[in-house]
Design a protein around this ligand. Sequence first.
Ligand code: BDR
Ligand code: CA
Length: 339
Amino acid sequence: MSGFNTSVTTQLTHPKIILDTDPGGDDIYAFLWLLGLVKQGLAELVAVTSADGNVAAKRTFSSASQILNLVGFSDIKVGRGVPLKEEIVEDAGHIHGSDGMGNLSHTLPPATHNFEEAHYSDEIIIDELNAAPGEITIVAIGPLTNLAAAETKSPGILKKAKEIVIMGGAFFCPGNVTPHAEFNIWFNVEAAQTVFDSRDDIVVMPLDVTRHLIFTREMTQAVTQANPESKLSQFLIALCEFMIGTALSYRETAGIPGLLVHDAATLGYLFYPETLMLKRAKVQVETKGEWTLGQTSIDSRPAPKTGANAWVALQVDEGKFFTSFVEDLKQLFTTAALS
Ligand code: BDR
Ligand code: CA
């Protein structure tokens, strides 16, 4: 199958991960999946670097702290999002709630990480990659501001990551924030281009695959059924309902009651690579277009080309993907410590 590869790398040991995130309802599903994998000893979470995106940086920082506390990982450090050069034109609070958590943050234990005293996310990325060159995988599920800031401050630093897996882009399907652009890329186009220029093997989970990933109410019930009264279960059930509401009103799921778990595709790639098909390509980001700002494109013409910089997922086996996702979440939700 020329041009296709079912798995770019084989993870023989458990990966060490920095999660760069802007919670976000679907970020939280991905976050919990990752924590479930950590609990099973299949991954190590080195740090969470929060970012401006779905909602403002201060809020995404608190959300990251609250999720870590809820699942018993309060000792993991959280970075504060690098300030944006320009004021935010539009966030995604209308999809994820004004707190990015379906307006449910008040139901969770409070944040214990201190925003004012926290290191900036780009500093954490630089320090951790320098401390363990070639060992750390960056999973980036928000706008790429922090990664780009690290690369600008310390040119070549992103090459020290073992791998960079991002959720972003839309190639052969419509965008979700404009007709042509996907939110994470559109939010900070220069940052996205900087990341694609930083190395030649960025792994990309675009809308082409994530728009097929509908996490249903039944799946949430299956995950929470062992311990439905726990704070964590109650939170996930309510978050799922909130996200179903916005997904239906924005017609994201063809009328199916569920939410698109875009960000979780990154973990599908890392831990269940047999669920995805990826294509080698040179990804370009439209950084100036009047109507197409944030569009991502790859050249599929049958002519020789050089300079590929990415592996782009274009097909997903949803059945296999959700089988593993739901089972891993069940493991987390049945852990006794979660009262
Ligand atoms: C991406 O945008 C955000 O709203 C989601 O959390 C996801 O990372 C999907 O386009
Ligand atoms: Ca996100």
